[in-house]
Design a binder for this molecule. Structure first.
Ligand SMILES: [Zn+2]
Length: 507
């Protein structure tokens, strides 16, 4: 058992010492250097880290991630701001030098706009800076791909710049990854999440996550840098039930004890409807101008089938995560939980009728929300949900009605960064425009608790899933607004008392 003394940590009101033993917070007091009365004898040596007044918070959680897709998306290099081909090539090279890729891996960039460039893109520019590396960069409109010579050879292309169908085919081939490369990227993505203060997430990636996470756990001591709960989709429900896997169980095949602690079976995931962007979210009001059977969106799982699946998975010991975006879908999801006599989470809950708001608390159903979506989708909602935006992304109303709320990113839809979600929850604007339906914002304290699994403070007995930030978030918000919150500096992150991220200031 290891012991860690975090000296001079700023807690809610005072600067204190925090002692972590066996993965839990054992004591909090003014000065614990000499132990404290009533404490058991400590294992030695005790590692001491002086936080020097930095703020210690409960670890942050991301309740909704598609980790493989995020791991791939975050490796695509953004060259959208390049003013010339030379500049774009330099941006790609700088990104590769900052985060080297495995041998033979394809480097994928995106977003160049060459209409006003004085010189056209050509393979030689990439070859010069990244000799022998296969590089594929797609244009902002996806109709052009610019490639290095190694990529031209790898994919048998007609030249260093290819257009239209050849470009589109190339992008789907270049994005298809060797599983070993993807595994490495996923583990790196967990490190990047830890560097933003994340200690736990729910992975809603498709496929056989039990197998892929058991494989990844063997690749690195301790496995991922965050706790991961692996969701199972309906198509694999019977397989998981037959294997006797219940939510919270360790994943079979994981032998490393630290990884076994971090990797746990998660919830069943199923869909009631589609999405706002594709106008398939199932709503009481028809989409403007839409006619026919799908004018209100798409009901993917009707109530009787939903009830059956919830009963089946619930009685097998699985947590339940039901995707519902439109207000009718949300009502059906709540009906499903009530009919099956189980509880769980509604993923997204982007539109909720007033009469359904109190049902979350009554049924014990958690609203799993992604605050950044409200900002990214405000214009789409104004258009497609015209007249219904007062009940759209209704975070404030859910909290006021007593619903438990948890925050997530839905990465890659939004960045896997809890500070982005927190900033989006407290101030519903990304640009200079006035906040969109500000009545549905969350207060910072509420948002922080929702991002921390309900924990509002660091307390004795809690798991030592902790994050160290330079300043109290309330001070950052007061001084720099939501933008400042978004770029919060994270000095350290601990999972069960082990550092998963440690800035040089803490060494
Ligand atoms: Zn999702």
């Amino acid at each position: 058992m290891s012991a860690l003394l975090l000296r001079r940590a700023r807690l809610r009101s005072a600067v204190r010492d925090v002692l972590v033993v066996g993965g839990r917070v054992l004591a909090i007091a003014d000065d614990l250097r000499a132990g404290a009365p009533g404490l058991p004898e400590l294992p030695s040596p005790v590692e001491v880290v002086d936080l020097d007044g930095a703020t210690l918070l409960p670890g942050l959680q991301d309740a909704h991630v598609h980790l493989e897709q995020w791991a791939a998306a975050r490796r695509r290099i953004d060259v959208s701001t390049a003013g010339s081909a030379t500049e774009a090539a330099a941006m790609v090279a700088a990104a590769v030098h900052a985060t080297p890729v495995g041998p033979g891996a394809v480097v994928v960039g995106h977003g160049f706009r060459d209409a006003l460039w004085s010189q056209p893109p050509e393979a030689a520019l990439l070859d010069e800076l990244l000799p022998g590396v296969p590089v594929v960069v797609s244009s902002g409109d996806l109709h052009t791909a610019w490639c290095s010579t190694a990529a031209v050879q790898r994919f048998g292309l007609s030249g260093g710049v290819v257009l239209e169908q050849e470009a589109m085919d190339l992008m789907s081939r270049a994005a298809a990854l060797d599983p070993a490369v993807l595994d490495a990227w996923v583990l790196e993505a967990t490190e990047a999440a830890a560097a933003r203060g994340v200690t736990a997430l729910v992975d809603f990636e498709y496929g056989d996550l039990v197998t892929s996470w058991a494989r990844r756990a063997a690749l690195r001591p301790g496995g991922p840098a965050v706790r991961v709960r692996t969701a199972v989709w309906v198509d694999r429900l019977e397989q998981v039930v037959a294997a006797g896997l219940r939510s919270g169980d360790p994943l079979p095949g994981v032998t490393d004890p630290v990884a076994a602690e971090r990797l746990r079976m998660g919830p069943l995931k199923l869909f009631v409807d589609g999405s706002l962007g594709t106008r398939t979210a199932f709503c009481t009001h028809p989409y403007p101008g839409a006619t026919g059977p799908d004018a209100h969106g798409l009901l993917r799982t009707p109530l009787p089938e939903l009830e059956r699946l919830l009963r089946r998975a619930g009685s097998a010991g699985l947590d339940l995560a039901v995707h519902a975006i439109g207000d009718r879908a949300t009502a059906i999801a709540l009906d499903g939980f009530a009919a099956a006599g189980v509880t769980g989470r509604i993923e997204h809950a982007q539109q909720v009728c007033a009469e359904d708001l109190p049902r979350f608390a009554e049924l014990g159903v958690v609203a799993s929300i992604q605050p950044r979506h409200a900002l990214d989708d405000r214009d789409a909602a104004d258009q497609h949900w015209a007249g219904a935006t007062g009940r759209s992304f209704p975070y404030g109303a859910l909290v006021a009605a007593g619903a438990e709320v948890v925050l997530g990113s839905d990465a890659p839809v939004a960045p896997l960064d809890p500070w982005d979600g927190l900033a989006s929850a407290v101030h519903r604007s990304l640009d200079g425009r006035p906040a969109w339906h500000p009545e549905h914002h969350l207060d910072l304290e509420v948002a922080l608790a929702a991002a921390s699994g309900g924990r509002r403070a660091v307390r004795v007995g809690d798991p030592a899933d902790l994050v160290v930030v330079a300043e109290p978030p309330s001070a950052v918000l007061a001084r720099d607004g939501a933008g400042g919150l978004r770029t919060t500096e994270v000095l350290g992150t601990l999972v069960a008392g082990r550092f998963t991220h440690r800035a040089t200031a803490l060494t």
